[in-house]
Design a protein around this ligand. Structure first.
Ligand SMILES: Cc1cc2nc3c(=O)[nH]c(=O)nc-3n(C[C@H](O)[C@H](O)[C@H](O)COP(=O)(O)O)c2cc1C
Length: 242
């Protein structure tokens, strides 16, 4: 399949064929491909829980209200945001960037680039990702609105704004995963219909982790697998050429 065929093939599948198993190694590889999705500041504040154990699948399905897409799933992948790991990730990116700059940047630019990266990952990232009961976000908003009086500025810096950043990035990984799965002829269904508290408990996730999406996996069951034709609002309604 070419990309257009893959995108047409991918549907949200609600009933999987229990007689058609999928290979967990292939699913794992698709998760690896999902990590190639773009990520804000390359912070990669995500984790992927690949559920193959039958007992855990049943527990997650229950937490997804036993909707059919969950109940009939062969495997599931839980996409998790880890904003709480921002310091660890920033450190990892900075370490990588140091070598990258020394290897690829022209010698006369290296010092300046290194200084910029230290500032960005050592100071800016901790500043914008740290959460403290909404108070730090409020402070960041005040700073950004003050600066914005004099020059273009990003205003989406409150603590909930930063959660949006982390979740949208994780959503890109989720979509990349579903496309990779479709290329293998595997089906998926993204789900946000779940009890996040219960899913977090099942996976023993810490307080700072959040569930972005649960994606069920398998192979669609004949005509029952998908709910008929695909509906999209008329393209003219959403396409604005300027
Ligand atoms: C963030 C998100 C959450 C969704 N949650 C559910 C869900 O809980 N249960 C479900 O059956 N489908 C869910 N869907 C699937 C949508 O209903 C589906 O993508 C939409 O109807 C379009 O159909 P298509 O994916 O086949 O093109 C979700 C999709 C997204 C993107």
């Amino acid at each position: 399949m070419n990309l257009e065929q893959i995108l047409n093939f991918r549907r949200s599948v609600r009933v999987y064929d229990e007689n058609k198993p999928i290979n967990p190694e292939v699913v794992k590889h698709c998760i690896e491909l999902a990590t190639l999705a773009p990520t804000s500041s390359n912070m990669q504040l995500w984790e992927f829980y690949h559920i193959t154990d039958k007992e855990t699948l049943a527990k997650i399905s229950k937490a997804c209200f036993d909707q059919k897409a969950a109940k009939t799933a062969m495997e599931m992948v839980v996409f998790v945001t880890r904003q709480d790991l921002h310091r660890k990730r920033a450190k990892a990116v900075l370490e990588f960037e140091k070598t990258n700059i020394r290897t690829y940047s022209p010698p006369d630019r290296q010092q300046k680039r290194l200084k910029d990266r230290y500032l960005y990952y050592g100071k800016v990232m901790p500043f914008i990702y740290t959460r403290f009961f909404g108070i730090l976000g409020f402070f960041r908003k005040m700073v950004s609105y003050s600066v914005g009086l004099f020059r273009p500025m990003m205003y989406q810096l409150s603590e909930s704004d930063m959660r949006v950043v982390v979740h949208k990035t994780c959503g890109l990984a989720a979509q990349t995963f579903m496309i990779a799965m479709a290329e293998q002829g595997y089906d998926t269904c993204p789900m946000e219909g779940f009890d996040s508290r219960r899913v977090k408990n099942i996976l023993k996730l810490p307080y700072g982790a959040e569930i972005n999406m649960v994606i069920s996996c398998g192979i669609r069951k004949g005509n029952e697998g998908i709910w008929g034709e695909r509906f999209r609002v008329p393209f003219d309604e959403v396409y604005k050429r300027i």
